[in-house]
Design a protein around this ligand. Structure first.
Ligand code: DGL
Length: 273
């Protein structure tokens, strides 16, 4: 199959969190167009089963294919953990998840071979980060900690709030005792709490942001496959946004974190796909 290198990248997440990944793609691959889908009607994925997250992810991929994307980024740690392997086998275009790029950089970063991972319950219980990390270096110990409340706190906009700080201190206390020198922010929302988490963990712990690493991995992948857009097309709307519910709320949140004014988000019925 011939893939059009000028086609957009499909990016999807369970909701707004994947915008942290879209933001890194915008910053690091400015010539690429994006079609973003946020499954705002069915968020959160982090508390759901593999069967459900896989069904949702397959529907979203079918929708993104209707937008003629040239590659797909699973901008959700939970969907990557529970659905990427299956979807990859069914696709004839490249697909990248957020877990492998984050795991790889964490392995390159750690000096004492002790890495912490924070994420949703589904991501941590899947042990996906541990599996990738120990495949790369079996000597590394991995300590996971689910931090489910972070998602709601970020969506509430309580990013610099004392309540969020108290929650973070409580979640992170366990990891502070593990002598880790590297911590993976293994959920899309957590890069927005980066400075708070960094302050609590202290200077001796390097934070890994899979969103940034995923954009770098996408850049390499497009280059290797000859799919890098040359950005010659003069697009009025290089970034298009679709959600399964509450489009206006999504547009406001997106505009607050992206280097782009999201004027319009289209609501679609994802169950049709
Ligand atoms: N996007 C999800 C993740 O990165 C967090 C929100 C959810 O639970 O759906 O795991």
């Amino acid at each position: 199959m011939k893939i059009d290198k000028q086609a957009p990248i499909g990016v999807f997440d369970s909701g707004v969190g994947g915008l942290t990944v879209a933001r890194e793609i915008m910053r690091n691959l400015p010539n690429e167009k994006i079609v973003y889908f946020g499954d705002t009607a069915r968020v959160p994925y982090g508390t759901k089963s593999k069967a459900t997250v896989l069904r949702y992810s397959r529907q979203i991929v079918r929708f993104l294919r209707t937008q003629e994307v040239k590659a797909i980024v699973v901008a959700c740690n939970t969907a990557t953990a529970l659905a990427l392997d299956d979807i990859e086998k069914e696709l004839d275009i490249p697909i990248v998840g957020v877990v492998r790029p984050g795991a790889r950089v964490a392995v390159e970063t750690t000096r004492n071979k002790r890495i912490g991972v924070i994420g949703t319950e589904a991501t941590i219980n899947s042990h996906i980060y541990r599996t990738y990390i120990q495949n790369m270096d079996p000597e590394v110990s991995v300590f996971g900690k689910p931090c489910p409340l972070f998602v709601s706190l970020v969506e509430e906009g309580w990013i610099k709030d004392p309540i969020t700080e108290a929650v973070a201190r409580r979640y992170l206390a366990e990891l502070q005792e593990k002598d880790i020198d590297t911590l993976i922010l293994g959920c899309t929302h957590y890069p927005l709490l980066r400075s708070m988490v960094g302050r609590i963990m202290g200077e001796g712990v390097t934070l890994v942001n899979p969103a940034y690493e995923t954009a770098q991995a996408l850049k390499r992948l497009l280059r290797e496959q000859g799919l890098t857009s040359d950005g010659t097309e003069d697009e009025e709307f290089p970034y298009r946004f679709f959600v399964s519910d509450a489009a206006e709320k999504f547009s406001r949140f997106a505009t607050s974190i992206l280097p782009y004014n999201v004027e319009r988000t289209q609501q679609i019925d994802i169950e049709k796909y």
